[in-house]
Design a protein around this ligand. Structure first.
Ligand code: ATP
Ligand code: MG
Length: 263
C-alpha cells in the first residue's frame, strides 16, 4: 500500500541512547533510532514495551535521564511540549484526548491555536483583522474536514460520536497544526476492519499529499506491514530490531518477543 516512488529524505529526528525510568521501573534503556523526512515509521512491541514512553520523550512529555534527541539538526537533552509543538511536532494519544462537549469543528480549531497570531487583546482592539484571521483558520479546518470525510459530523459534540470517528477527529486536530512530524499512538486501536482500512488510507494520504513524516505505534501487524517504510521493535524497554517490514517480520528476536520467549 505504501507509495512506490516516494522519496525518503534526510534524517528529521534522531534519538540517541535514550534511557528513561520511573523510580525502579526502567521504561526505556539505551534506545537509538532515526526518523527520516517523509517516511512512515512504525514502533511496535508487546504491551509495556515502552512505545508510548518513547513518543512522550519525543514530544517532551517525559524527560529521559540519559540520551539526546536531535530534531532538524538541533541537539537537545530533552524536548519541551510547547517547543515540540511550535517546531512542528503534533500527536494523537492512546486514550483519546478531545473536548467531549465541543463540536468536531471546534475541537479541530483548538489544533490551530498555535498558528493564531491575534490574541484576545488584539481581537478586542482590531476587530477586522482578527475576524479575518479567524475566518482563514476556520477555512483551513474545513479543508481538513473534507480531507478526512467528516463533513456530516462537523457540528456534533465529539462525546456523542462512536469511538472510531473520535479517533478520526483527533487526527484532524493534529493535522490542523500543519505538523512536519506527526506522532500517532495506536490510531487504529479498537476499530473494526472497515474503520482501520479508512484510517490506513488517511494516514498514507497525509504522508503522500502533505509530505508529513509519520511515526506511529500500532499493534495490528497486518497494518504495520502494509503502511510502514520502516519498523522499530521494542521489548522490555530495549530496541530489539530496526528495519524494513519484511526483515522485521522474519527476525527471530521479534518472533520470540511476540511469542513471549524468555531471553
Ligand atoms: N508515567 C508513568 N509512571 C510510571 N510508570 C510509567 C509511566 N509511563 C509508563 N510507565 C511504565 O513504563 C513502562 C512502559 O510503558 P509504556 O506505556 O511506554 O508501554 P507501551 O509499549 O506503550 O505499552 P502498551 O502497548 O500497553 O500501550 C511500563 O512498565 C509502564 O508501567
Ligand atoms: Mg502505549
Amino acid at each position: 500500500m505504501s507509495v512506490p516512488d516516494k522519496k525518503i529524505g534526510d534524517v528529521l529526528l534522531k534519538v540517541e541512547n535514550i534511557s528513561l525510568s520511573f523510580g525502579g521501573v526502567k521504561a526505556l534503556t539505551d534506545i537509538s533510532f532515526e526518523i527520516r523526512e517523509q517516511e512512515v515509521l512504525a514502533i511496535i512491541g508487546p504491551n509495556g514495551a515502552g512505545k508510548s514512553s518513547m513518543l512522550n520523550c519525543i514530544n517532551g512529555f517525559y524527560h529521559p535521564q540519559q540520551g539526546t534527541i536531535t530534531y532538524r539538526g538541533e541537539k537537545r537533552k530533552q524536548m519541551r511540549p510547547h517547543q515540540a509543538a511550535t517546531q512542528g511536532i503534533a500527536r494523537t494519544f492512546q486514550n483519546i484526548a478531545l473536548f467531549k462537549g465541543m463540536s468536531t469543528l471546534d475541537n479541530i480549531m483548538t489544533g490551530r491555536l498555535l498558528k493564531m497570531k491575534a490574541g484576545l487583546f488584539t481581537s478586542a482592539i482590531y476587530k477586522g483583522p482578527a475576524e479575518r484571521e479567524q475566518i482563514e483558520h476556520r477555512e483551513f479546518c474545513e479543508r481538513i474536514i473534507d480531507f478526512l470525510e467528516i463533513e456530516a459530523i462537523r457540528k456534533v459534540p465529539v462525546g456523542r460520536l462512536p469511538y472510531g470517528l473520535q479517533k478520526r477527529v483527533e487526527l484532524a486536530r493534529a493535522l490542523a497544526a500543519e505538523p512536519t512530524l506527526l506522532l500517532l499512538d495506536e490510531p487504529m486501536a479498537g476499530m473494526n476492519l472497515e474503520e482501520k482500512q479508512d484510517m490506513c488510507r488517511f494516514i498514507l494520504d497525509v504522508n503522500d499529499e502533505f509530505g508529513t513524516t509519520i511515526c506511529l505505534i500500532e499493534h495490528d501487524m497486518g497494518v504495520v506491514m502494509d503502511i510502514s517504510d520502516r519498523v522499530v521493535v521494542l521489548d522490555y524497554g530495549r530496541k530489539i530490531c530496526d528495519g524494513v517490514p519484511e526483515d522485521v517480520k522474519n527476525n527471530q528476536a521479534v518472533i520470540d518477543a511476540y511469542l513471549g520467549v524468555q531471553h
